[in-house]
Design a binder for this molecule. Structure first.
Ligand code: MRU
Length: 347
C-alpha cells in the first residue's frame, strides 16, 4: 500500500489526519488541492510531500489549457510557487518541484502534450525511486542496530512519511525483518502526535514490539540505561550536516550525547541541501498555535490562552553519530561526506 500514488488522472493519498482510527484515502484532482493537502497535513513527512508535489505538478500540466510549450512552462511556474509555499522546511518538496520545472525548461519538447506525458512519468519515477531508496537506506541502517536493542524514535518516519517503507522506521523494519529482537520507544511527538498516532499504527501492523512514551520521558529512559540507539528522520540537512527535523529532535540529540548513546539521522540524499552552509539558514515552519491548545479540535485550555508552535528544530551536526543515506553512512566531517553522497558516490 502506497501513501501517495497516481490513480487515473488524480493523486490518491492516505488521509493521515484520520489515523489511527480510520484508514481513509482522498483523491485530489488539482495542484491547488494538493498544495492544501500538504499544508493541512493530510499528507506529511518530507519524502511523501515531495512525491505529492511531483504529482501536483503533473496535475497542473494536465489542467493547463496552454497549447504552446512557453505558456505551459509559465503555468507550471505558478503551480510550483503554490506547491513550494505549502510547507517551507522539508527540502524534498522544492527538490521534486524543481526537478519537474527543469524538465519543462529544457528545449527538448515542442509539443505540450509530450511534455505533459513526460512530467507525469517523472513524477511517477520520483515516487517509485523513493521506495527503492528507502529499502537501500534501511539495509544500510539495520547494520547499526544491535540484536536485542531498544531504539528510541521521534515523530513518524515510516511508510506514511514516505511513499512506502520509511527512513528511520524503515531501518527499524529492516532490523525486524532480519530477525533481530528489537523494542522501540516511540516519542508521542506533540503537538500533532505523529509518534503515537502514526508510528504506533505502523509498528502495530508490522508486529514490532513498541511502547508509546510521553516526549518528556525520553531522558528518563536514557538515564535508566534502556536506550541503545536513537534513530530519527530529517526534513532538511545543510551542507555541514546540521539537521532540521521534527520539533524535539534537538533536545534528544543533546541528551543522547550526555548519555553516550549513538544518535543517527536517516534520510535520502534528496533531503540534503548543499546550497545552505549551515542549519541557521533553514527556514523553520511556524504552525497555528491552535494545534497546541486545541489538538485535533479538542480544547485543552481556553481558546484565548497563548501558545507558540514551531514545527521543526535544528540539531547541530556535532551531536550526530552519522547520517544514513541510500549511498552509505555519512560520517564527520559531513561537509565532505555529504557532498560525495549527493554527487552519487558510494560513501
Ligand atoms: O511535520 P511532519 O509530520 O511532516 O514532520 C515529519 C518529520 O519531521 C520527519 O521526521 C521527516 O519528515 C522525515 S520523514 C521520513
Amino acid at each position: 500500500m502506497r501513501t501517495v500514488e497516481w490513480d487515473s488522472g488524480a493523486v490518491k493519498m492516505i488521509d493521515q489526519r484520520a489515523l489511527p482510527w480510520k484508514l481513509e484515502f482522498v483523491r485530489l484532482e488539482t495542484a491547488e488541492a494538493v498544495a492544501e493537502s500538504i499544508q493541512n497535513m493530510t499528507v506529511r513527512g518530507a519524502p511523501a510531500i515531495g512525491a505529492a508535489a511531483g504529482f501536483g505538478m503533473a496535475l497542473a500540466a494536465r489542467a493547463s489549457k496552454a497549447d504552446a510549450i512557453g505558456a505551459l512552462a509559465q503555468d507550471l511556474r505558478k503551480a510550483a510557487e503554490l506547491l513550494k509555499a505549502a510547507r517551507p522546511t522539508a527540502v524534498n518538496l522544492a527538490w521534486a518541484v524543481d526537478k519537474l520545472l527543469e524538465i519543462a525548461a529544457s528545449d527538448e519538447f515542442s509539443n505540450p502534450d509530450d511534455l505533459r506525458d513526460v512530467l507525469l512519468q517523472a513524477a511517477k519515477r520520483i515516487a517509485d525511486e523513493d521506495v527503492a531508496i528507502n529499502k537501500r537506506m534501511a539495509q544500510r541502517g539495520a547494520a547499526l542496530v544491535p540484536d536485542g536493542a531498544t531504539i528510541l524514535h521521534h515523530c513518524n518516519t515510516g511508510a506514511l512519511a514516505t511513499v512506502d517503507y520509511g527512513t528511520a522506521l524503515g531501518v527499524v523494519r529492516s532490523a525486524f525483518e532480519l530477525g533481530k529482537k528489537i523494542h522501540v520507544l516511540l516519542d508521542e511527538t506533540r503537538p500533532r502526535l505523529q509518534g503515537s498516532r502514526l508510528s504506533a499504527w505502523e509498528l502495530d501492523r508490522l508486529g514490532v514490539s513498541y511502547d508509546i512514551i510521553p516526549d518528556a520521558a525520553a531522558g528518563y529512559y536514557m538515564g535508566q540505561g534502556e536506550v541503545d540507539i536513537i534513530l530519527v528522520g530529517a526534513d532538511r540537512i545543510a551542507a555541514n550536516g546540521d539537521v532540521a527535523n521534527k520539533i524535539g529532535t534537538y533536545q534528544l540529540a543533546i541528551m543522547a550525547q550526555a548519555h553516550g548513546i549513538p544518535f543517527y539521522t536517516v534520510a535520502p540524499t534528496s533531503t540534503i541541501d548543499l546550497a545552505l552552509s549551515s542549519g541557521a539558514q533553514i527556514p523553520i515552519e511556524q504552525r497555528d498555535p491552535a494545534e497546541v491548545t486545541t489538538p485535533y479540535g479538542n480544547p485543552i485550555v481556553p481558546a484565548h490562552f497563548k501558545a507558540r508552535n514551531p514545527a521543526f528544530d535544528v540539531t547541530p551536526h556535532r551531536y550526530l553519530s552519522g547520517i544514513v543515506t541510500e549511498r552509505g553512512i555519512a560520517r564527520p566531517p559531513f561537509n565532505a561526506s555529504l557532498r560525495r553522497a549527493v554527487a552519487g558516490e558510494e560513501i
